[in-house]
Design a protein around this ligand. Structure first.
Ligand code: ADP
Ligand code: MG
Length: 194
């Protein structure tokens, strides 16, 4: 079993299932957290991730789930490159905007929507890392998804992100209004930083 990545939250291993490559994402114990809280968070995030991936599987490019346990998910291995490691093109950022719009249309907020969680593959862009995702109607949560991306990409790319987002989500005016408010407030908390 080869370890291929370690994010803030989980360890990622490359495994083989009947000769096909797959990815095992496992949320390991975090010693600095109280044991009970740690178990609860790891379970909640694994469940949220598996659920959201299953919900999106027919509408959006996400890795296919092969199996899920309390702390682990086995999923399709993508061959590609993270957007954060490439020069992002405006076509890619437009695609990212469209995908976020679709998610929001389905009442799903991603929670960590950045170029580190988008993978450019041969057949297009994939979204990964749904551990902080939520089923929600909240315009605040949706606006925070946009804000995080806005702060993670060059300013010149943002307009095309916003445009394609708006084209794919009917509630875009309310979200963009909320985004302005949050930016004006000046102080905001993003879930991933909290
Ligand atoms: N399905 C996948 N196929 C290929 N690589 C993956 C896949 N899922 C995750 N990875 C790799 O593992 C890294 C961490 O995975 P991610 O789900 O983003 O976890 P974390 O919550 O730790 O950020 C990603 O940046 C990516 O490089
Ligand atoms: Mg990640």
């Amino acid at each position: 079993m080869k370890k291929v990545g370690e994010g803030a939250e989980a360890k990622i291993y490359e495994i083989e299932i009947f000769g096909n490559k797959a990815i095992l994402k496992r949320r390991e114990e975090k010693k600095y957290r109280a044991k009970e809280l740690d178990r609860k968070l790891r379970k909640e995030r694994t469940k949220a991730e598996a659920r959201t991936m299953a919900r999106l599987s027919s509408s959006l490019k996400v890795p296919k789930i092969i199996a899920a346990g309390q702390y682990s998910i086995i999923m399709e291995r993508l061959e590609g490159r993270l957007l954060k490691d490439a020069d992002i093109t405006s076509a890619q950022i437009a695609e990212a905007g469209k995908m976020l719009g679709k998610m929001h249309e389905m009442n799903i907020a991603h929670g960590d929507f950045t170029p580190a969680n988008l993978m450019s593959c041969k057949n297009g862009l994939y979204v990964i890392d749904f551990g902080l995702s939520e089923m929600t109607n909240s315009f605040e949560e949706r606006a925070l998804d946009i804000l995080l991306m806005k702060r993670s990409i060059p300013a010149a790319l943002y307009p095309s992100f916003e445009k394609s987002y708006s084209e794919s989500f009917n509630g875009h005016l309310t979200v963009l209004g909320r985004l302005k408010e949050i930016e004006k407030r000046g102080r905001y908390q993003i879930r991933t930083l909290g």
